[in-house]
Design a protein around this ligand. Structure first.
Ligand code: 1OR
Length: 294
């Protein structure tokens, strides 16, 4: 059943063998180039990666305005873009009327090395958006639903699911959609610090943004003396100031006991957290400033 499969994709059908579609040397070269920059493959063990490469099927898209995915449909394939750009449209009413109007507004576009069509397969949900080609001679690679769930969800997407449950509980990110949170999950890395270890050093250049996954961290400022001026707990974030304003780190952050943080690099921060920038800027640091005598 669908629910049993979603709980444990590997236990659903023990006779399942991944499909294998033979490819020419040229196809393999193009495919490898397309997936080299795709996050899904970056974290895939070699063995799973070769299963997926074998299972992908080339899908040439000859013209523009070809509908690859229709909002509301059931999910069948996941797609990786080799060539061309594909526009994503969402009709907020969810009901697709015939004609171009029915597709709703363009919300995104995906180019070479990118991918789409994962949401319906991951969550057994209707397609969240309509996807159409924008130019002739585009090329996609399609992965069937079962291989996607068996192989990608077993490995690459485990990271995503692990972070998603955490990200759902980060108040800063509660206004984002599932899709936006899943993109953040894909870009996160976990770092562990032991008691007393410095996570951020005051005065340094800012390269990353942090969220506390487990444990606690304390904030210190040179001109504030020995005492911590703030304590971060699970779900709290820090390190945004230096990135927002391109300034040196305003304070040091030090692990208090074992502390696990999820980090997002500067590029990911700018790309993925634009819509919550206003919320971050609203954070009131004046209290801390007063304690510091500023
Ligand atoms: P799917 O299986 O639902 C449509 O089929 C695909 O469009 C979807 O998976 C995603 O891979 C892709 N919201 C939802 N789906 C999106 C979005 C998106 N962008 C690409 N897809 N956005 C949120 C809009 C409020 C765009 C954010 C920039």
């Amino acid at each position: 059943s669908v629910s049993a499969e979603s709980l444990n994709p590997s236990a659903a059908d023990d006779n399942w063998k991944p499909p294998f579609h033979a490819k020419t040397a040229d196809q393999i070269d193009r495919l490898k180039a397309s997936v080299s920059s795709n996050f899904l493959f970056a974290h895939l063990p070699d063995e799973s990666s070769s299963v997926v490469l074998g299972a992908l099927v080339e899908k040439p898209i000859p013209a523009k305005d070809i509908k690859i995915i229709s909002q509301g449909d059931a999910g069948d394939y996941f797609y990786i873009v080799e060539k061309g750009t594909f526009d994503i449209h969402i009709n907020p009413t969810g009901s697709i009327e015939p004609g171009p109007q029915g597709m709703g507004n363009k919300v995104n576009s995906i180019g070479p090395g990118g991918s789409f069509g994962e949401l319906a397969l991951m969550y057994n949900a209707p397609r969240a958006a309509t996807v159409i080609s924008t130019e002739p001679n585009s090329n996609l690679w399609a992965l069937d639903r079962v291989t996607f769930r068996r192989i990608l969800m077993d490995s690459a997407f485990q990271r995503r699911r692990m972070y998603e449950s955490f990200l759902e509980e980060v108040p800063l990110l509660s206004s984002l959609t599932i899709y936006e949170r899943s993109k953040i999950a894909d870009a996160l890395e976990t770092q562990k610090f032991s008691d007393g270890q410095t996570i951020i050093q005051e005065g340094d250049k800012g390269e990353a943004f942090f969220m506390v996954e487990q444990g606690e961290a304390e904030v210190f400022k040179k001109d504030a003396g020995e005492k911590a001026i703030k304590l971060y707990k699970k779900g709290d974030y820090f390190g945004e100031l230096a990135l927002l304003d391109d300034k040196p780190r305003a304070a040091s952050v030090v692990a208090k006991g074992e502390c696990k943080v999820a980090t997002l690099g500067k590029d990911g921060f700018q790309r993925l957290l634009g819509s919550v920038e206003a919320i971050m800027r609203r954070t009131d640091y004046s209290q801390t400033g007063k304690e510091l005598g500023q």
